[in-house]
Design a binder for this molecule. Structure first.
Ligand code: MG
Length: 258
């Protein structure tokens, strides 16, 4: 099931996305919240009549670095022996169609297409065999990075945590085998990144075991699983799109921060 979060007439709701053709998609509005038991209301509204929002509002976004060998290599980095994580704050999250605001303190903002895992239940110290039970579903993410700032500053809080640096969406797919999906990114229609989730160095199971060893994960928390090779600069006016097989396409436009 594809679950979207949206606003209509000033109200925010979740809905199950029905249909295949982009211009014919319909939302069946969900009664309750999708992390607990919920029912479909049967009240339907066309996707074209609503504003899609970030599919979840995470308490935290935990992002893993250098998890595809080709990307580590293009950055001149060694592949890490163990997963390593950093945070993107809740205030970095924006939704499908939202603007990415180019920050004033960077001259080299990059795109990074990533598979995002959405956590479905409160959990800690998750054993490998239980990882599937704590996952709600999957969505597309763009780990927008001020590359010059990342190189200059030891901690990545500013480089990877600025406002609008974490587009998520367009919805959460709850029934998906995430282990071998095509992940691609285009800028103004031209392909920049192409990889498969099977190329991850540390698996989704590894990543969730690793982070949940340290901290409690909450429903709606998001885990970014790393980016394949092909990262590169974005410029004001660009339209950047992340497409993951079986999920959909997350599109955002880059604007100057006003
Ligand atoms: Mg990344």
């Amino acid at each position: 099931m594809r679950i979207a979060r949206f606003s209509i007439d000033g109200n925010v709701a979740f809905g199950a996305v029905e249909g295949e053709k982009q211009d014919e998609l319909v939302l069946d509005i969900i009664k309750g919240i999708p992390f607990a038991d919920f029912e479909l209301s049967g009240t339907k509204v066309p996707v074209s009549k609503v504003r899609l929002l970030p599919p979840v509002l995470p308490n935290k976004v935990v992002a893993f670095g250098r998890n595809y060998a080709d990307h580590a290599k293009e950055m001149g980095n060694e592949v890490p022996d163990a997963p390593f994580a950093f945070f993107k704050p809740a205030t970095s999250v924006v939704g499908p169609g939202d603007e990415i605001q180019y920050p004033s303190f960077s001259q080299d903002v990059h795109h990074e297409a990533e598979l995002a895992v959405v956590i479905g239940r409160l959990c800690r110290e998750v054993p490998r065999e239980r990882v599937k039970d704590v996952i709600f579903g999957y969505t597309c993410a763009n780990d927008i990075t001020a590359r010059d700032v990342q190189k200059r500053e030891k901690q990545w809080a500013r480089a990877k945590g600025f406002d609008t640096s974490c587009p998520l969406g367009p919805w959460v797919e709850t029934e998906l085998d995430p282990h071998d999906l095509t992940i691609q990114l285009t800028v103004n229609g031209g392909q920049r990144q192409l990889g498969r989730t099977s190329e991850m160095i540390h698996s989704i199971e590894d990543l969730i075991v690793n982070i949940s060893e340290a901290m409690t994960l909450l429903p709606g928390d998001v885990i970014l699983t790393g980016t394949p090779a092909g990262v590169g600069p974005l410029h004001v006016g660009d339209e950047v799109a992340v497409t993951i097989e079986g999920i959909g396409t997350l599109t955002n436009k880059v604007v100057k921060r006003g």
